[in-house]
Structures are given as C-alpha cells and as structure tokens.
Design a protein around this ligand. Structure first.
Ligand SMILES: NC(=O)c1ccc[n+]([C@@H]2O[C@H](COP(=O)([O-])OP(=O)(O)OC[C@H]3O[C@@H](n4cnc5c(N)ncnc54)[C@H](O)[C@@H]3O)[C@@H](O)[C@H]2O)c1
Length: 408
C-alpha cells in the first residue's frame, strides 16, 4: 500500500510540469553526479519533489527542516523510505533543530540549499569544518537573502550564494500568489472563520503583503495596510487599501497578518488596543513579528490548542495562530504554497543548483543573481505547459528597441 507521505508527494508531482521536465533531463544527463547536496527547507510534498529531482540528477541529498513546525512527518518518512537521508521532525525543539542541521553537515555537502539561512549560518559559525568542500549555495527566501547580504557586507560570507528569491520567476509568483493564497487558506482551515466582511490588517506591503492584501480583498475583506516605506505605502493606497499606523489599525482589525520580515510589528503597545477575539497570524519568515513574550507575561490565562493559542489580556481574548510562525506552513492544516507556484520556485532551485555545480568555482563569495536565461527558460516551460503562446520580436522591432535615433 502507498503510504500517506508517498501519496502526498505523488499528488504534488502531477501538478509540477516544469520540475517534471527538468527531472527527465537530469535523469538522462546526471549533471549533479558526484555532488552532495545539504538542504534545510520546509519538508513537505513539493520539497520532496525537488529532492527527488536533485537525486535523479545524480546527487546524494541530505535534508532537514528550516522551521520546527513546518515538517510533515509522513513526507519525511516517505523520503527516508525512498533512500534519502532526511532528519526533519515536526515539533522539534531548538536543540533538536540544530542537531538535525548538524547531521546534514556531517555528510560534508558540496552544495547547500537554505530557506532562511540557518544552515549557512551554522557552517560559518559552528561548523567551519564544512567550509573547504562547499562550492556554493542557493537561498530560497527574502529573509535569508537579507541575512546573507548583511553577512557579506561584514566580509564574513565565504562562498557564493544564488539569491533564488530575488529572481522574478520566484518572488512574482511564490511570494505574491503563494503566500497570498496559502496564508489565507491556512487561517480559514484553522479557525473556520469567514474572511468576508472582516477588517484584515496586513503589515508590510512587499511581495507577500501585496499578495495577502489582494487575495483577502477578493474574499470580501476590508483591508488595511501598515507600512514604513513611503513608496510601498503609496502603492497600497493606489491599489485601493487604507494605509494606517499599526497603533490605529490595532483598534479596527479582526484579523492581522504580518508579512514584513522585520521584528516587533505587533507589540505590547498594540495588544491592549485589540478587539476581543482578534486573530493574529504571521506569514513572515521568523516568529518575532508578533511579540509573544509580552503576551505570555501579561495574559491572565493562556489556552493552548492545536494551531491556536488564546491569551486573555484585560479580559479580552487574543488568538495567536501557529505560535506566530509562518501561518501557511505551521498550522496543523497548513500545506504551504500551492503546488503550481512551488513548481516554479523549485524549478529555479534545481537549475540554480545545476548552475552552481558547474560554475560555483568561478564565482566570488557573495550573493549572486539567478542567470536570466534560467528564469526565462522556466517561464517558457510553464507557458508551454498551460498552452499559452508568445509572440516573437521581429528583426524590425529588435532594431527599433535597440536604437536611439527613431523619434517623431
Ligand atoms: N509565508 C511564506 O511562505 C513566505 C514566502 C516568501 C517569503 N516569506 C517571508 O515573508 C517576509 C516578507 O517577504 P517579501 O518578499 O514580501 O519582502 P519585501 O521586502 O518585499 O516586503 C516586506 C515589506 O515590509 C515592510 N516593512 C518593514 N518593516 C515594517 C514595519 N515595521 N511595519 C510595516 N511594514 C514594514 C517593508 O517596507 C517592505 O515593504 C520575509 O520574511 C520572507 O522571507 C514568507
């Protein structure tokens, strides 16, 4: 009988035509033969499809989670049954989390893939024994890239890393549509509450925030945005959202979703202003956007249940989802981004890893862009798979676009 983890992987794989095409080529060409790939990613079905694609390319793959609450244990088990070294476990504590990262590093990977940079951080601080054989790495998310750029600016990053997040084929779709749909669907499944008619406060109007705000409005919510960047705030205004300070929005919101990648967004200054029954969720990478220690200290009562912690503050109920961790992945029913979106993001990962295997030795330590050819190739594969067709520039148009002397 097919295990539940295997069923989930097979379900996802059928909707990943781009990754399927890459896997087919990898099986024939084995471009990753001789490579050991160490990964710290959310271990769920779509990630398993990436793992198998890399293994089909000839790599030995070692993987653990990048968040204590996002692993799907049955998928981790299915990976192990298929011969992949997988150390991820849902609900692990901090010590176990880093022990699992160390197990990946014990394999002495030549290439690494991170989502949030915990693995690369470990290599540079505690596991410098791994540095000599690492050729390069790929990073999946905005927060990881912020951390890597800060590390490089301090002169501490010792190998090249491809910023997968920063390429259009990742953040235009993954951060906007992936986070937008999966954060809301996860909140709805966890709370069984209606979004329509609610005041939804979205903190941060970057790629993720824009996705969440737009999809919440599509469900009938009245959306308020909070921002610190004047251009992003203006964009939210022109997109038709109210833009307020968090101290004002706190009094109005029914549901709050933080997407800033920054810390201390909803804090002790705001909790007392919230309405009774307010729902708080975070879709940014780390669980520090909502100041949970304040709630723990000031609540007269705390009720923990699967996926929701209720804090009673001044007689009012404040419900925190998924312990303030990525709500789309860390609630018991959270399945992460929709499959079609991860088909694109993981296609970028697979081809960036292949690129790093070929060219990593020639790249300087630092944060590098995904080559444009890879990005365009993935867009073309996806367009083909949905039956869309593109016009092509004529020679006249190419000449016109490249010239400066055509005028009135
Ligand atoms: N949930 C997921 O599955 C998922 C997917 C992709 C990215 N992420 C994470 O989501 C976060 C946001 O990613 P992004 O690509 O949208 O980043 P982004 O940089 O495009 O957007 C972040 C926005 O937050 C704003 N911001 C910063 N501090 C703020 C504050 N104090 N108050 C209000 N706004 C503030 C910034 O001005 C910016 O506009 C990152 O942590 C990223 O790693 C999560």
């Amino acid at each position: 009988m097919v295990s539940s983890g295997e069923q989930k992987i097979q379900w996802a794989y059928q909707y990943m035509p781009v990754l399927q095409a890459i896997r087919k080529r990898f099986e024939e060409e084995k471009p990753l033969a001789g490579q050991k790939i160490g990964m710290a990613l959310h271990v769920e079905a779509k990630t398993a499809c990436l793992v198998r694609t890399l293994a089909a390319g000839g790599a030995e793959v070692y993987i653990t989670g990048c968040n204590p609450l996002s692993t799907q244990d049955d998928v981790a088990e299915a990976l192990r049954e298929g011969g992949i070294e997988c150390y991820a476990k849902r609900g692990c504590n901090t010590e176990e989390y880093y022990e699992a990262i160390d197990k990946v590093l014990d394999a002495k990977p030549t290439l690494t893939i991170d989502d949030g940079m915990d693995l690369i951080n470990r290599v540079h601080i505690d596991r410098r024994d791994c540095l000599p054989q690492i050729v390069g790495a790929c990073e999946e998310t905005t927060t990881g890239i912020h951390r890597l750029k800060a590390m490089h600016a301090d002169g501490k990053l010792e190998f090249p890393v491809i910023a997968v997040n920063d390429t259009p084929m990742k953040h235009y779709f993954d951060n906007v549509h992936g986070t937008g749909e999966s954060a809301l669907s996860s909140i709805m499944l966890t709370t069984n509450c209606l979004v329509a008619g609610k005041h939804v406060v979205v903190a941060g109007y970057g790629y993720c925030g824009r996705g969440v705000a737009t999809k919440a409005r599509a469900l009938g919510a009245r959306v308020i945005v909070t921002e610190v960047d004047p251009r992003r705030a203006l964009q939210a205004h022109f997109d038709g959202f109210d833009v307020l300070k968090m101290s004002e929005a706190a009094k109005l919101g029914d549901l709050f979703i933080t997407t800033t990648g920054n810390c201390s967004i909803i804090t002790g200054e705001h909790f007392p202003l919230l309405k009774d029954g307010a729902l708080l969720a975070n879709a940014g990478h780390f669980n520090n956007e909502i100041t949970i220690p304040w709630l723990e200290e000031h609540a007269s009562e705390i009720d923990h249940r699967d996926g929701i912690d209720t804090y009673i503050v001044d007689g009012k109920k404040i419900h925190l989802l998924a312990e303030g961790r990525l709500v789309n992945l860390a609630t018991p029913k959270g399945m992460g981004h929709p499959i079609e979106v991860m088909d694109l993001s993981f296609a970028v990962q697979a081809l960036s890893v292949e690129y790093m295997a070929k060219h990593g030795k020639d790249l300087a330590p630092g944060v590098h862009d995904v080559p444009t050819e890879i990005d365009e190739y993935i867009a073309r594969l996806k367009l083909e798979s949905v039956g869309a067709s593109l016009d092509e520039l004529t020679p006249e148009q190419i000449e016109y676009m490249g010239s400066w002397n055509h005028g009135t």
